[in-house]
Design a protein around this ligand. Structure first.
Ligand code: 26Q
Length: 815
């Protein structure tokens, strides 16, 4: 043992075995003879955690000593998934722990599936935050993620009778072994009340907010370890608690409900993640969540800064705060309040600091997803913040006017929307309070400049910048696809593990038949694994040698899962009409959650399931077509699904998907993409080359032109017999014989409005799919392209994205 290098010593199975047994006894309280699988998992996680903690304290200490600038990532969502394999892999303890457990007769693959997913996010935005946390640790950016420790994460989706049913997800039922409660990190968060103004001796005024209600925010920390375990950062999640214990006088007088209601009102703030990935109905509780975590985080940041430097003079040199969408937009007003009201800075000085510290990432152009809150609600909940927003607005409008801009521009840049009830525009507030505003893919950032932020961009032309999304290759290549990772290491060496751009070394092997055969064998193995999961969750048996054609993401009309299922029905009709043509056997895989109140999205889920029922039981199609909907799509399911795809569906209406990140995860594992020129698909095309990706359909420009000209879905559908047949079939109840009207709403909306241009892109999509069929018959050609996709996906690592943020927005060094 003494001869081993430190890293090898840590990974020594004999030593790890002793550590696991010690944890099992002294932390879990179990004898190995009676320990169950969960006990073994907890014990092993606690061992891994111990290995992180030394590095965590060292990182934190070093950041403090070297007076490094810290980055704070404020996000209402962190869609983390499981951490066990991730932490073990990044510490390079996987082989040692696997062996130690096996010597203890414990199957690591079995116990790792017992860890619940931390599903503290809805989809892309939340998963991006999780990838960024891991990449910030990897490239050595000292960072804290700040969010809410929801008791209930995103709901669990079940499919009952073909329809989505939501069940609560209680991920904390047996505690979270990764987290450290920090009783000492607690802050008071105010709501309501009034603002008191006092005049100083020199006539200056000081405002002081007297909240009517207060809630405590207490911190729970989870360490986030980077690749090779060198740096460890912190994810700090806030839990809401009542400031005062229940009112005993009320309780004793028999008013139990009255005594508890205040306490419940406080706790409800961190009770549940909002399960909608676009806002619409502005619930008061949502705004309370937004202020709660923003205020707690900013108080914590200022406390940490003052404790170290004892002055706010250097705040912007030592602190960068990134707002993940507008959900933390109140940071603009809250930081101003803290600096002006509590730390006595002059307005102008505070404003300069606020702008220098804050920056804002936009994730959507969909009008219904742009947050606005009624002025009277903000006024009632946060009276001082409303005043501050008014003051920021007054100064903004004066400046803009002085610079000579028109009334129209003034009205559009204003923080207040005056149409149909006055509302605070959170996007404008974030834009104005930030020194940089970024979109998440090239096209998206360009469109921001001519749509939502057109006028603000005219006034502040240097503020918008692009930071194309990325995904962490540790989770999405090394952990999710160990077979491919091993093949890559055997072929091009380990270099790609530290720099994914080195995947380019794979390019020449795309032409090598022996390599392609190995690549195809790995793919088949991954598809077999997915076939098992599909059978387990849906009862449907699928053939792993068929083309796996996959669309997994949140259910949304703009993502056009209905374009996919309608084309699938057309294919089904064509196969039945001509069963002996040379079809490419396909398995159509869908998965994704719909917001609970989003009827159209739920209707699409049901249609997919109903179609699956008919197609999968139709002996006429044999194994040429299967349609499955995998219930409860989450990070862990994605880790099985992504590596098993032959074809990745990225078919949103051009101009509407800000970036997409699933597209990158699929590409890393060698799936070919069929997609529109939308989001990061545009950059994927640039990287992999037009021969290796199937782009179809209208461009964002063409979409806009068509909308201006006037789109007639009825005429379009009438002109496409195959589509008309599909819609008539659905409307006549072929897929819902027991309830023939089930899809009347869905079908009518396509005939009458088709807002997302499904019919307009239908023929282009069909033609693109038939090209993919032809390509599938030439497996050499297909696999060559697949290999080139993996080889050219290196740029889409979130390490690259984070380096760009660090250089161009945060002004912090990376290693
Ligand atoms: C807002 C207010 C009230 C309730 C909910 C919300 C809310 C919650 C979540 C609004 C939006 C979201 C999530 C948005 C999202 O996930 N956007 C996706 O972000 C990805 C990462 O940048 C992109 O790749 C996707 O294109 C984008 O859709």
């Amino acid at each position: 043992w003494a001869d081993l290098k430190p890293a090898e010593r840590e990974n020594d199975p004999a030593h790890l075995k002793t550590e696991i047994l010690a944890k099992l006894a002294y932390a879990v309280g179990k004898d190995p003879v009676v320990a169950n699988s969960s006990d073994w998992l907890t014990a092993t996680i606690l061992v891994v955690r111990d290995h992180i903690v030394d590095r965590w304290m060292a990182s934190t200490r070093e950041n403090y000593r070297a007076e490094k600038k810290r980055v704070y990532y404020l996000s209402l969502e962190f869609l983390i998934g499981r951490l066990f394999r991730d932490a073990m892999n990044n510490l390079e303890l996987t082989s040692g722990i696997t062996q130690a457990l096996s010597e203890l007769d414990v199957d690591i693959d079995f116990i790792r599936e017992l860890e619940p997913d931390a599903a503290l996010g809805n989809g892309g935005l939340g998963r991006l935050a999780a990838c960024f946390m891991e990449s910030m640790a990897t490239v050595g950016v000292p960072a804290y993620g700040y969010g809410i420790r929801y008791d209930n994460g995103l709901f669990r989706q079940a499919i009952e009778d073909g329809a989505q049913v939501e069940y609560p997800e209680n991920w904390l039922a047996f505690g979270d072994p990764w987290e450290f409660p920090r009783r000492e990190a607690a802050y008071t968060i105010g709501f309501g009340g009034s603002v008191e103004v006092t005049k100083d001796w020199d006539g200056a005024t000081t405002s002081s907010w007297k909240p009517q209600e207060t809630v405590m925010a207490t911190a729970y920390d989870t360490p986030v370890v980077g690749w090779r375990g060198e740096k460890v950062n912190t994810l700090r999640l806030w839990r809401a608690r009542p400031t005062s214990p229940i009112k005993l006088d009320l309780f004793n007088s028999g008013d139990h409900m009255g005594a508890l209601s205040e306490s419940n009102r406080a706790k409800s703030i961190s009770r549940v993640l909002y399960p909608a990935d676009s806002s619409e109905a502005g619930q008061e509780l949502r705004l309370r969540q937004e202020f709660f975590f923003t205020s707690a985080s900013l108080q914590d940041i200022l406390r940490r800064h003052l404790q170290q430097y004892d002055t706010l003079d250097n705040l912007a040199d030592k602190v960068a705060v990134q707002m993940n969408d507008t959900h933390p937009a109140l940071a603009v007003a809250e930081l101003m309040r803290l600096l002006v009201d509590q730390h006595n800075l002059k307005w102008d000085e505070a404003w300069t600091k606020t702008q220098a510290v804050l920056s804002y990432t936009n994730h959507t152009l969909l009008p219904e997803a742009l947050e606005t809150w009624p002025v009277n609600l903000v006024e009632r909940m946060l009276p001082r913040h409303m005043q501050i927003i008014y003051t920021i607005n007054a100064r903004l409008l004066t400046d803009v006017k002085t610079a000579g801009h028109s009334e129209e521009i003034l009205e559009k840049v204003s923080l207040i929307d005056e149409h149909g009830g006055r509302r605070v525009r959170m996007g404008n507030l974030s834009f104005v309070g930030a020194h940089k505003v970024n979109g998440v893919a090239g096209l998206h950032s360009d469109l921001m400049k001519v749509t939502v932020f057109k006028e603000l961009h005219q006034v502040f032309p240097d503020r918008i910048t692009n930071k194309t999304n990325g995904v962490t290759p540790r989770r999405w290549l090394m952990q999710a696809n160990p077979g491919l990772t091993q093949l890559l290491r055997d072929t091009i060496g380990d270099g790609f593990m530290d720099n994914t751009e080195k995947l380019r070394d794979l390019e020449p092997f795309a032409q090598n038949p022996a390599f392609r055969a190995k690549f195809a064998a790995v793919k088949l193995e991954n598809k077999t694994r997915l076939a098992h999961l599909i059978h387990e969750r849906t009862g449907v048996k699928v053939d792993p040698t068929a083309m796996f054609d996959i669309q997994v993401k949140r259910m949304h009309e703009y993502k056009r899962q209905h374009l996919n299922i309608l084309e699938t029905i057309a294919l089904y009709n064509a196969i039945r009409a001509n069963p002996h043509k040379n079809w490419a056997p396909r398995v159509k895989v869908f998965a994704g959650k719909a917001a609970a109140s989003y009827w159209q999205a739920k209707s699409i889920i049901r249609l997919i399931n109903d179609v699956g029922n008919v197609v999968n039981n139709d002996s006429a199609v044999r194994d040429l077509l299967k349609v499955v909907f995998i219930p409860n799509y989450n990070v862990s399911a994605a880790e099985v699904i992504m590596p098993a795809a032959d074809l990745s569906e990225q078919i949103s209406t051009a101009g509407l998907e800000a970036s997409g990140t699933g597209n990158m995860k699929f590409g890393l594992s060698g799936a070919l993409t069929i997609g529109t020129l939308d989001g990061a698909n545009v950059e994927m095309l640039e990287h992999v080359g037009a021969d290796n990706i199937k782009i179809f359909g209208m461009t964002a420009q063409e979409v806009e032109a068509l909308r201006i000209k006037g789109y007639n879905p009825r005429a379009t559908i009438e002109g496409i017999p195959a589509l008309k047949e599909v819609l008539d079939g659905i409307a006549s109840g072929i897929f819902s014989p027991s309830d023939k009207n089930r899809y009347a709403g869905l079908v009518d909306s396509l005939w009458n409005s088709d807002h997302f241009l499904v019919a307009a892109d239908f023929e282009a999509y069909t033609a693109a799919q038939r090209e993919m069929d032809a390509l599938w018959h030439d497996q050499d050609a297909w696999m060559t392209k697949a290999v080139l996709n993996t080889a050219r996906m290196g740029w889409f690592s979130s390490d690259r994205t984070i380096r760009e943020y660090a250089q161009e927005i945060w002004n912090v060094p990376t290693v």
